[in-house]
Design a protein around this ligand. Structure first.
Ligand SMILES: Nc1ncnc2c1ncn2[C@@H]1O[C@H](COP(=O)(O)OP(=O)(O)O)[C@@H](O)[C@H]1O
Ligand SMILES: [Mg+2]
Length: 306
């Protein structure tokens, strides 16, 4: 007969089960003050998840919502840089860790605010590559759970979670946050992106994680000199992809070189160029998202106060 945890005479006094239970309860209590938790995913890297997270969060904050971002990319955290809060110190009190304040009052929490700025990657030591992978996955999951349990967000309308690339992250997140409101899935007009995004959508369907919709980024090109939108890639397949999976298509965001520059400057694009076609594209998606989330939330829950 294999033994279970209950058969063990003791765990050396550290009460692991008690600790885990307490952490789960803490996480649930933290999430009760957040009306909607929205994860931004794609499966693929470099498609603009972080840029979209920052700009949608800023856009909803400019509309008057209380918004926060949790940068859950432990090895490539870039939200702090993109929002200009890099170098700010996190305040730690008996209540927990307080996020820093970013543009438009965004509350931001990132591994980047905890690590020394000396280019050292987070390395999981393990004797073999395979074990290293297992360790990395479980360490990441642990870190994410701790972030969610220990951050004092206060009352938020929307908390955005910026996830690292990798389809498996969706499963991790579903395990940690069963109450996740939903995922925003990002794709670009390229077959290589669609292939991976299809896997993410299929996994979300299997895990019954709600999908709020698909965003097609880098769809077309905004030419500043000619003030027009041009075709750059064969945009438009995003809508068909959303149709295949029966999920809402939320819109297209064209390529605008100023968007890449704003990421480096730390001032979100929508805060500076909200009136441009690309700025408007973000604002339209943000308003649609807010309308959807806030309607769904009506009927009174104990979440949120605003
Ligand atoms: N629509 C866009 N127009 C111009 N640059 C963009 C656009 N979307 C993303 N970028 C830039 O592309 C790069 C990769 O985006 P990022 O958000 O870091 O991708 P991911 O988080 O998916 O890995 C960043 O430098 C970002 O500023
Ligand atoms: Mg990213």
């Amino acid at each position: 007969m294999p033994k279970t945890y209950k058969d063990l005479p003791g765990d050396g006094g550290s009460d692991i089960i008690g600790q885990v239970t307490a952490q789960v309860e803490r996480l649930q209590a933290r999430m009760r003050t957040i009306r909607a938790q929205v994860a931004v995913v794609s499966g693929k890297g470099g498609v603009g998840k972080s840029a979209i997270t920052v700009n949608l969060a800023t856009a909803v904050a400019l509309e008057g919502a209380a918004a926060g971002i949790l940068d859950a990319d432990l090895n490539g955290p870039c939200i702090a840089k993109m929002t200009g809060v890099r170098g700010q110190r996190l305040a730690i009190t008996a209540e927990g860790v307080h996020p820093v304040q970013g543009p438009a009052g965004l509350r931001i929490m990132s591994m980047d605010l905890l690590l020394p700025h000396d280019d050292t990657p987070v390395i999981w030591q393990a004797p073999t590559q395979a074990e290293s992978y297992v360790w990395r996955s479980s360490m990441e999951a642990t870190a994410l759970r701790e972030f969610l349990s220990d951050t004092v967000w206060g009352a938020l309308d929307i908390l955005f979670l910026d996830l690292p690339p990798g389809t498996d992250r969706i499963a991790t997140l579903a395990g940690i946050l069963p109450g996740l409101t939903g995922m925003l899935v990002v794709t670009i007009p390229a077959e290589v992106s669609h292939l991976v995004v299809r896997k993410s959508l299929a996994l979300a369907r299997d895990l019954k994680v709600p999908v709020l919709g698909l965003i097609e980024n880098m769809a077309g090109y905004y030419c500043q000199a000619c003030q027009t939108l041009g075709e750059l890639f064969r945009a438009g397949q995003g809508e068909a992809l959303a149709g295949d999976f029966g999920i809402p298509f939320l819109g297209q965001i064209p390529f605008d070189p100023r968007l890449a520059r704003s990421g480096d400057s730390g001032i979100p694009f929508v805060a500076q160029h909200g009136e441009t076609p690309v700025g408007q594209a973000f604002r339209v998606i943000a308003r649609g998202l807010m309308a959807h989330l806030m309607n769904e939330d009506e009927g009174g829950t104990e979440r949120g106060t605003r």
